[in-house]
Design a protein around this ligand. Structure first.
Ligand SMILES: [Zn+2]
Length: 118
């Protein structure tokens, strides 16, 4: 999961996991491990919404209870921070989900690993 979080191949840690921003490469360019059978689906955005929602919600509550901030400042800070955090977390979280699927041998990763070792 850590290798995937950093955007590296979960098998060798040298190749790149992503071809584009959220597009997982079909296979590792270094060790040839296939990634095309991953099924991250909706789990990465769900996890990102869960994390960012808690951070932003806590931040809004704390600023409202501890200081007086004008409404224009709220409208300037929180939507931009939400968007920035979501974009920053989406690729690492998706990489971690693909890494988890690789570690658990889910969705063809187990068969591919068994074929590779035999
Ligand atoms: Zn690799």
């Amino acid at each position: 999961m850590k290798r995937g979080f950093l955007g590296h191949c979960p098998a060798c840690d040298k190749g790149r996991l992503f071809g584009r921003f959220l597009k997982v490469a079909p296979q590792c360019e270094v060790c040839g491990t296939e990634f095309h059978h991953h099924r991250a689906d909706d789990l990465p955005p769900y996890i990102v919404i869960f994390i960012v929602g808690h951070l932003i919600g806590y931040g809004i509550l704390m600023t409202e209870t501890r200081m007086e901030m004008p409404m224009w400042a709220h409208l300037a800070i929180w939507p931009a921070l939400t968007l920035g955090l979501c974009l920053a977390l989406l690729q690492p979280v998706k990489g971690a989900v693909v890494g988890l699927q690789y570690a658990l041998g889910m969705h063809g990763f187990g068969a591919a690993r068994a074929k590779k070792t035999s």
